[in-house]
Design a protein around this ligand. Structure first.
Ligand SMILES: [Zn+2]
Length: 242
C-alpha cells in the first residue's frame, strides 16, 4: 500500500474525492495530504443542489488528526460553482463543515476531550486557540440540534408587541403549551411570520391545531399560506385555546 492509498483508506474518502499527493515536511513536523476531485466530477450548488458549472477553485486547509507525532493537514482546491439562481458558491466538502478549519474527525476528537477536561486544557493540549475551541463546541451543539426530531407544536400564539409605545412593532410566535418563544421578527407584516412557517416541516405545519392571535389581516394571510385549513384553526381568544 503506498502512502496515497494509505491515506485514502484512513480518511475514508469517497468518489469523486481522492488523495492526490502526500508530502511529509520534516521542518515544521507536518504531513500535508492533498485531496482532489476526479477531473470529470460534476458538482451542484450547495444551496439548491442544481448541477452547476465550475467557476474556479479556492485552496483550503483543514487540520486533521495527527499522524504519529506529525500534525496532519488536509489540503484541497475546492471548486466554486456558478449557480443560475445563487451565483458563485463554494461547494461543500464531505470531511468538514462549512466555515471550519478542522476536519469532522478532528472535531470529534476535540469534543471527546472536551467531555473529559476543561476547554482551556483541551485547547492547550491540542494546540487550539480559544476561538477555535469555541467554534468546535458551537458546531457540535448545532449538529446535535439538527439531529433532534423537530417537535410538533399544536397550540401557537401570535402576538404583536409595540416598543415603548411608539409605532414600532415586533411579531412574536409562542408555544402556548410550553410557554416558549419560537420566533421574533421586526414589524407585523406577513413577511415577519413567513420565515417561521417556512422553517417548519410538513408534519409540523399540519400538526398545528389552533392559533391564538389578534384580528390582523397580514397574520391571517400568512397563516392561510402555510397552515392547512388555517381559517378553522384561528382563535381570537388565547384563553379559549388553552
Ligand atoms: Zn443554487
Amino acid at each position: 500500500m503506498d502512502d496515497r492509498a494509505l491515506y485514502q483508506a484512513i480518511l475514508g474518502l469517497q468518489a469523486p474525492w481522492q488523495v492526490a499527493q502526500v508530502a511529509l515536511r520534516m521542518e515544521p513536523g507536518e504531513v500535508e495530504v492533498w485531496v482532489a476531485a476526479a477531473a470529470d466530477a460534476a458538482f451542484g450548488c450547495p444551496e439548491c443542489a442544481a448541477p452547476s458549472p465550475i467557476h474556479d477553485h479556492v485552496e483550503r486547509r483543514w487540520r486533521h488528526l495527527d499522524t504519529c507525532q506529525f500534525r496532519t493537514v488536509l489540503c484541497a482546491r475546492v471548486p466554486r460553482v456558478r449557480c443560475p439562481t445563487h451565483g458563485v458558491r463554494t461547494t461543500r466538502v464531505p470531511w468538514a463543515e462549512v466555515g471550519s478549519r478542522f476536519t469532522l474527525l478532528f472535531e470529534r476528537l476535540a469534543i471527546a476531550w472536551l467531555r473529559e477536561a476543561t476547554p482551556s486544557a483541551v485547547a492547550r493540549r491540542l494546540g487550539l486557540s480559544w476561538d477555535e475551541a469555541r467554534g468546535i463546541m458551537a458546531r457540535a451543539v448545532r449538529r446535535g440540534m439538527a439531529r433532534r426530531q423537530p417537535a410538533v407544536v399544536p397550540h401557537l400564539g401570535i402576538d404583536e408587541k409595540s416598543f415603548l409605545k411608539r409605532h414600532q412593532y415586533v411579531s412574536v410566535v409562542v408555544d402556548l403549551d410550553g410557554a416558549r418563544i419560537l420566533h421574533v421578527a421586526d414589524d407585523r407584516q406577513a413577511v415577519s411570520l413567513a420565515p417561521f412557517f417556512q422553517g417548519l416541516s410538513d408534519r409540523q405545519r399540519s400538526g398545528i391545531t389552533a392559533v391564538a392571535m389578534d384580528m390582523w389581516e397580514p397574520y391571517r394571510k400568512t397563516l392561510r399560506m402555510h397552515v392547512p385549513e388555517a381559517d378553522a384553526k384561528i382563535v381570537f381568544d388565547k384563553f379559549h385555546v388553552m
